[in-house]
Design a protein around this ligand. Sequence first.
Ligand code: ZN
Length: 233
Amino acid sequence: MTRVTVWNEYHVEQEHADAREVYPEGIHTAIADGLDEHGFETQTATLDEPEHGLTEDVLDDTDVLTWWGHDKHDAVADEVVERVHERVLDGMGLLVLHSGHFSKIFKRLMGTSCDLKWREEGELERLWVVEPGHPIAAGLPESFEVPEAEMYGERFDVPAPETLVFNSWFEGGETFRSGCCYRRGSGRLFYFRPGHETYPIYRQSEIRRVLANAVEWAAPVDGPKPNYGNWNS
Ligand code: ZN
């Protein structure tokens, strides 16, 4: 069974009443509940735990890591970023969610600023599936709505995704590449845009399905270990 570690900064829900009201037990709990519903084995980890909860032992038990951060990206120790980076190159799956676009690990893996434009006015978002045969789109309709969302707009400064699964349109007219697939080393990486802390987005069934599909897609495969260097057969 695929083992998922759900990582969360877990500060905004403790410090701001509007986020606490929506996620009283933290965003990580809601994400983990959604993955539990889909049959995954989950554990959670947060910023304030020793080593941010991402010890070697925890990562040994992790097939796919999900990452939600908001404004404490710089508080994540470089040593832990390095550890996660190595694991991804070695085959661990990584789902980077919403404001995780500015996390050290995502910027490191992308090699670009990962900047974007944003506006917080509770706008309607419509996500269009642009790659209907992709495993991450399994079981979804052609499009679905998030009734209230924070807008993220292009340009999103990331490398062109290997596969773009979702494109978002917002009430204010902007669009955004909302579901981006990449590979780095042996690892698979999926960026998924929705998930602002003041809206119950991680309780929405379509969102939970996307995350479950993405975990399945990003899970490591048992491929051969490459040999490098001077090669004497
Ligand atoms: Zn946000």
